[in-house]
Design a binder for this molecule. Structure first.
Ligand code: COA
Length: 333
């Protein structure tokens, strides 16, 4: 008997209304629109309003996904939320979302894979569908990076933004559509290059941790950049080769959006054409776990995907974590 594939049958996204331009940031730190555009490709990012938390963004992304789909929340079996910026340390944002949308038959959990969180989560969710354990798994990649950014540090605050993307996984009714394969990696020795030191059990919140600004993103950008280009390229080639494809077969390459120069370097090495590549870092910056589902949803709504297309999703992030996922696009449910 052929194994069942998990397939994306609904997808949606949400970014906060508030746009923050590079010029606005240059009033807070010693930077410029010219520097940010040239070094990162970012022109603006979206930032939450005071009352918006991670779950609020996620719910809007879920509603966007379900606009074209008649589905009752009670029909959802499992909710997996990939994030590094949950509403609070506990309960999980998955539980908060489950309550807010009324998915009373679902259980759920948060998954921390940083910028690879969405790939980790969709690969995890797919297992429950492929084994036949569940029929409907909601996978959300969502982050409110502005909640952990130091807006006095020009080397990090210009790079990130807030956003959420959501997909529904269901068993594929056709043999060849759905998730084909994934490759996921971690290398904890890279942890020192990108991290948030305080707020966990190692450095619980205290006046000292706040004074030392330990609740913010800390990063060695040059090292992160170097590993990102190398590992995203390698893991892309690895998954294509082991499934008998080349980059020519790929309709859309949807990479994590951390820096336009990282994306361009991997695109050059993979010899991809511009029309094969999804880029939105110029408008949203790096939304961590949200970049890939937001990229997917935008590409779908722009009519860039049709049944039978091959999609290559690739990530790299804190941990280090990285991975790739190959899927054949099918009709939405
Ligand atoms: N505005 C103006 N100057 C800035 C700046 C800013 N926002 N940020 C850094 N600089 C300065 C640095 O202080 C440095 O000055 P110095 O030479 O006087 O010390 C100079 O620009 C060059 O810094 P460098 O770190 O070499 O720049 P870069 O070209 O490597 O770009 C990053 C910096 C952070 C944009 C880049 O390294 C990067 O994108 N790294 C990966 C980050 C990432 O992807 N993180 C998420 C992973 S999922």
């Amino acid at each position: 008997m052929k194994a069942v594939r998990a397939k994306i049958t609904a997808l949606g996204m949400y970014v906060p209304e508030r746009r923050v331009t590079n010029d606005e940031l240059s009033k807070l730190v010693d930077t410029s629109d010219e520097w940010i555009r040239a070094r990162t490709g970012i022109a603006e990012r979206r930032i939450v309003s005071d009352s918006q938390a991670n779950s609020d963004l996620s719910i809007k992304a879920i509603k966007n996904a379900f606009q074209a789909r008649e589905l009752r929340p009670e029909e959802i079996d499992l909710i997996i939320v990939a994030t590094v910026t949950p509403d609070m340390m506990f309960p999980s944002t998955a539980c908060i979302i489950q309550d807010k949308i009324g998915a009373k038959n679902a259980w759920g959990f948060d998954l921390l894979g940083a910028c690879s969180g969405f790939l980790y989560a969709i690969a995890t969710g797919a297992q429950f569908v492929q084994t036949g354990a569940y029929k409907r798994v909601l996978v959300i990649g969502t982050d409110v990076m502005s909640s952990i950014l130091n807006f006095e540090d020009r080397t990090t605050c210009v790079l990130f933004g807030d956003g959420a993307g959501a997909v529904l996984l269901e068993p594929s009714q056709e043999d060849d559509t759905g998730i084909i394969d994934f490759i996921l990696h971690s290398d904890g020795s890279g942890g020192k290059f990108l991290y948030m030191p305080a707020g966990g059990s190692l450095h619980p919140a205290s006046h000292e941790t706040v004074d030392k600004k330990m609740h913010y993103v800390h990063q060695d950008g040059r090292n992160v950049f170097k590993f990102a280009v190398k590992l995203m390229t390698e893991v892309s080639l690895e998954i294509l080769q082991r499934n008998g494809y080349t980059t020519e077969d790929v309709t859309l390459y949807i990479p994590h959006q951390a820096n336009l120069r990282i994306i361009q370097s991997s695109v050059e090495r993979l010899k991809l054409r511009p029309e094969q590549v999804v880029i939105n870092i110029d408008r949203y910056a790096n939304t961590t776990a949200a970049t890939i589902p937001v990229g997917l949803a935008e590409a779908y709504h722009q009519g860039r995907m049709k049944k039978g297309d091959l999609m290559l999703l690739v990530s790299f992030g804190a941990g280090f974590t990285w991975g790739s996922l190959l899927l054949r696009w099918g009709d939405l449910g």
